[in-house]
Design a protein around this ligand. Structure first.
Ligand SMILES: Nc1ncnc2c1ncn2[C@@H]1O[C@H](COP(=O)(O)OP(=O)(O)OP(=O)(O)O)[C@@H](O)[C@H]1O
Ligand SMILES: [Mg+2]
Length: 239
């Protein structure tokens, strides 16, 4: 369970998050929606410990994690995978070497890394692209490389920030079905930000609606989408 208690974050004069409380059960696929600037990416960065809140607390199960520093923080971050809209891959490295990167940083032996990279390529179904340069890969294949890299250190949570937003509808569906499949096989928790409502309908169990830094609505996708209670949610869902 990932628990946020009273999280606030302000940049200069912008209140990006205000008193956010959220609990994400293990093994769920949790969607976060909200208009541009609502604070979604900020929330994801705080949850994944890339950023510290001004106030509030972040817990992974019983452990408070927002106060971790140094080595403990690095080790905790290794237990989280992240994927983005623009993939964030290293252009100088081929597919396999991108996936190997976090394992190299973790200081594993080459033989162990090679074996793990093989498993990961198989897991995301691009075994034949092992040596491909990035420019030889489609968007969907690049996102598969990014997913494999995110999963390299067997994280307990996978954070997705607009991971399918630059993909066409068919490729989006194939990446979503991969994410759903991986969630079930690896028993990870997936936290997913998107402006694509069909993505939420397709794979999320629960959803939270952020508006101007505040969670204005949360619940099962069925309940929120069938009967949105706030103007902010209605605008997103019926847009
Ligand atoms: N590093 C930063 N420095 C200054 N302001 C920031 C920073 N990061 C975010 N903000 C501000 O905080 C608010 C929330 O930004 P955030 O990126 O979390 O929104 P978002 O919901 O992810 O939007 P989008 O859908 O456009 O990605 C915005 O007003 C943004 O300008
Ligand atoms: Mg964002």
């Amino acid at each position: 369970m990932i628990v946020l208690k009273g999280i606030s974050k302000t940049y200069a004069s912008v209140a990006a998050l205000r008193d956010v409380n959220l609990s994400i059960p293990d093994g769920s696929i949790y969607g976060i929606i909200g208009r541009s600037g609502a604070g979604k990416s900020t929330l994801l960065r705080i949850m994944s410990l890339l950023e510290t809140p001004d106030s509030g607390e972040v817990y992974y199960d019983a452990e408070r994690v927002d106060t971790l520093r140094g080595r403990e923080l690095l080790e905790r971050r290794r237990k989280m995978g992240m994927i983005f809209q623009n993939f964030n891959l290293l252009g100088s490295r081929n597919a396999a070497a991108n996936i190997a990167y976090p394992l190299e940083i973790a200081g594993l032996h080459k033989k162990v890394i090679d074996q793990r990279v093989d498993e990961l390529l198989e897991l995301v179904d691009i075994k034949d692209k092992r040596r491909a340069r990035l420019r030889e890969l489609s968007g969907g294949q690049k996102q598969r490389v990014a997913i494999a890299r995110a999963l390299a250190a067997t994280p307990q949570a996978l954070f997705c920030d607009e991971a399918t937003s630059s993909l066409d509808p068919q490729t989006t569906r194939s990446i979503l079905s991969l994410i759903r499949d991986l969630q079930q096989r690896l028993k990870i928790t997936v936290i997913l930000i998107t402006h694509q409502m069909e993505v939420i309908r397709e794979i999320c169990h629960d959803v939270a609606v952020l508006d101007e830094g505040t969670i204005v609505e949360q619940g099962t996708v069925a309940s929120v989408f069938e009967a949105p209670q706030t103007q902010a949610a209605r605008e997103l869902i019926h847009a």
